[in-house]
Design a protein around this ligand. Sequence first.
Ligand SMILES: [Zn+2]
Length: 234
Amino acid sequence: MHAMFNELEITGRARTHVVQHDAPRFAAYPDVAAAFLRLREAAAHDGIELRPYSSFRDYAAQTRIWEMKFSGRAPLYDIEGQVRDRTGWDEDEIIGHILDWSALPGASRHQWGTEIDVVDGAVMAPGYKPRLLPDEVAAGGLFAPLHRWLDDHIHEHGFFQPYARYQGGMFPEPWHLSYAPVSMRAIDDLTLDVLRRTTEASELPGKARVLALLPQILERHVRNIVPPPPECVW
Ligand SMILES: [Zn+2]
């Protein structure tokens, strides 16, 4: 089977596979952008303003997230969204806990143009900054109604939640939607060799330990997704 994306695209070091959309502002693979706009229209009928919070992210953007968390300039959260105390941690512990919530640069699904993190613009007060943490989507949270709607409607539009629940890899991110018809093909393009070459060519903090842990990162954090139901892959 042909590769969906080339090596630069699958690792977010090119953006030749995505189109920029202006209103709402997001970037995605063309089929994904079209499907998302249909999903957004369906949501609008039910009073929800499905707003892309984060869509395509390139390698440089993912590296900035990694650097902030590795250095301690950005907090690391536990599964409930509480800030962790990182006193005394070695590099492996830091890397492991970054990976709870954030992907390794080169290994983020957001680099494929198939993933969109969503919020509901209709319920946000002016100036509200979504944090994308569990309390926003839990019962009683600001985005709880949005999430009840997503549960009922995303599959018919080809979307699923690869981080719907914790199964030893990424912590649950129900706001993270993936367009299965493209992403289920793209995932095969992200091989260990591709990830190794990408990381070797980088100046990523923790690089030596990341390279040593790479097979485990690929299994636990890339391949270990909650699969889409059959009706949403076509
Ligand atoms: Zn996401």
